[in-house]
Design a protein around this ligand. Sequence first.
Ligand code: ADP
Length: 292
Amino acid sequence: MTMLCANSIDSAVAALFCPSVKVVDRQRVSGGDINRAYRLDLSNGERVFLKSNRAGLLDMFSVEARGLEALRATGTIGVPEPLAVGTDRNDAFLIMEYLSPAPRRADYWEAFGRELAALHRAKCGPKFGFPTDNYIGSTPQKNEPMDSWAAFFRERRLIPQMKLAWGLIDERTRRNLTRITERIDNLLSEPPFPSLIHGDLWSGNAVCGPDGKAWILDPAAYVGHFEAELAMTELFGGFPERFYRAYNEVNPIDLAYSGRRDLYNLYHLLNHLNLFGLPYLSNVSSIAKRYA
Ligand code: ADP
């Protein structure tokens, strides 16, 4: 699908539906870290979801739409359909399918586990990476494809974040991080198959959709190792045990995964150090010390 690129929200809505359709109401939706979010009520009775930010961030929305499309194309798990990107005066925007709230199914977590596992088992390109670079939070994320997962994780994930964080970290942690990059081949193993992953799957990026099941939002998608996704689900509180049990039935989790988990999360913790500052330093330092 070619994404509609519009020069105003009104023209995007008119092109998506029909020229007479107008926005009749705009309700602010809370919860986003980075962008302003709204539910738009349209004159034809439809609703769409709008994210907006300053015009310079159009690229962020374009690549978010690419990630949503790639995840949707697997047909494995709920992902809102991106409908249009564009700029409107000083703002960039992304319009997507609106997910109306509904109660969770009784097996919400089991279904989520099974569907995420199906996403990770979906056929995808043989190389690690993604056709475009994208963003993790607001930090640029490099995705130029590589053949080796361990090399990809070092070159496209750890090293760029280390460079950004270098001025914030002490000498010993710098040495430990450098040592990790040198021995990454011993610390990580190649996955049984490459997986398209959401890339930023903490609990805030999954919501209950109209079908009572989990839908995943706000991706930093790329082809990687599914263990890196599982690690992130465990980083900020984790999902319930029954999610992981159901996941494991569809895509078995290696027993040695838990020994690699914090190394994968070092990427996200370095990113948090870069975005939100020193409170994340002690976590980064202790993980770096453990794997060095
Ligand atoms: P940000 O990029 O600022 O982090 P999110 O994409 O996480 O924003 O969206 C912010 C919040 O808006 C989410 O936590 C969710 O509650 C809600 N939301 C996101 N996408 C949709 C959607 N398509 N339909 C309905 N609500 C949504």
